[in-house]
Ligand binder design. Structure first.
Ligand code: BJW
Length: 229
């Protein structure tokens, strides 16, 4: 049985209409990381950080999964129905829900989820509501200690022990649409070296391309279905 771990980044959602971070027209061309993407930024100006994520929630509401998300969901379905004798896990750095909306169920969000909030008192991650503000009481414990459920710079990504275990056990590691500049995800290809095959799918080489055995160049909506089908 083939065990595949797919790591996805912002590039897979770009053709749905969501901006990446580091491309020329990306999110970091309009915002400073230090203003919106660190724990300090949220302490300093929670309203600004909240607006940043509310704008992105509004954008997410306007877009749909694309052919790349759908192809990965088809592969998982083929495993579920026994058509393909394998196992597919998606580890995504994306906080959007496009994999789930495409039909994927085996998805771990290592940088959190845009449509959830996290309570720093009870640790719960209830669904985000439109009237949710930093001082809104947590629906689970009542304390006014909600924050976006996202992993900012300097914070520890989610699910790391089980992600590392899945990488250690996989036969093929595929990275799709990620620049390979943010750790620990950028180190996954090095982690599987010696026991798994590796494939990178991207419009252009990433910062860690030389770590991969194979490379497919082109837009995710064309390359991912070509790889899957
Ligand atoms: C296409 C395409 C198409 C386009 N088809 N392809 C110094 C200071 C502070 C921290 C550090 C430091 N040195 C090192 C660190 C660690 C830091 C880090 O890596 N910094 C580097 C920048 C140097 N990392 C962290 O702080 C992480 N935590 C950590 O390391 O904890 C320690 C620890 C780890 C493990 C165990 C125990 C302890 C946390 C990182 C959190 C990142 N958070 C963000 C924001 C999340 C919320 C949000 O979305 O707002 O995550 S930053 C941002 O970057 C977001 C993304 O998930 C992440 C990666 O970006 P991604 O997805 O790769 O997007 P892009 O834009 O970079 O690339 C897009 C790619 O797509 C490109 O390659 C295009 O070519 C391609 N593409 N269109 C195919 N159509």
């Amino acid at each position: 049985m083939e065990r595949i771990v797919v790591l996805t980044g912002a590039g897979i959602s770009r053709e749905s209409g969501l901006d990446t971070f580091r491309d020329a027209d990306g999110i970091w061309s309009r915002y400073d990381i230090a203003d919106v993407c660190t724990p300090d930024a949220f302490r300093r100006d929670p309203a600004l950080v909240d607006r940043f994520y509310n704008d992105r929630r509004a954008e997410l509401g306007r877009v749909r999964p694309n052919a790349a998300h759908l192809a990965l969901a088809r592969l998982e379905e083929a495993a579920r129905t026994g058509q393909w004798p394998g196992e597919l896990l998606i580890v995504t750095q994306n906080i959007d829900d496009l994999h789930e909306r495409a039909g994927s169920r085996n998805v771990w969000h290592m940088h959190g989820e845009l449509l959830r909030v996290r309570c720093t008192s009870c640790g719960g991650t209830p669904e985000w509501q439109a009237d949710c503000l930093p001082h809104t009481p947590c629906p689970l414990c009542g304390r006014p200690t909600l924050r976006p459920d996202v992993v900012w710079f300097g914070e520890i990504p989610l699910h790391m022990p089980r992600i590392e275990a899945a990488l250690e056990a996989c036969d093929l590691f595929v990275a799709i649409g990620t620049s390979g500049t943010v750790y620990p995800a950028a180190g996954f290809a090095a982690l599987v070296e010696g026991h798994a095959d590796t494939l990178e799918i991207n419009q252009k080489p990433s910062a860690v391309s030389t770590r991969f055995d194979r490379f497919m160049t082109g837009p995710a909506t064309r390359m991912v279905p070509r790889w899957v089908d």
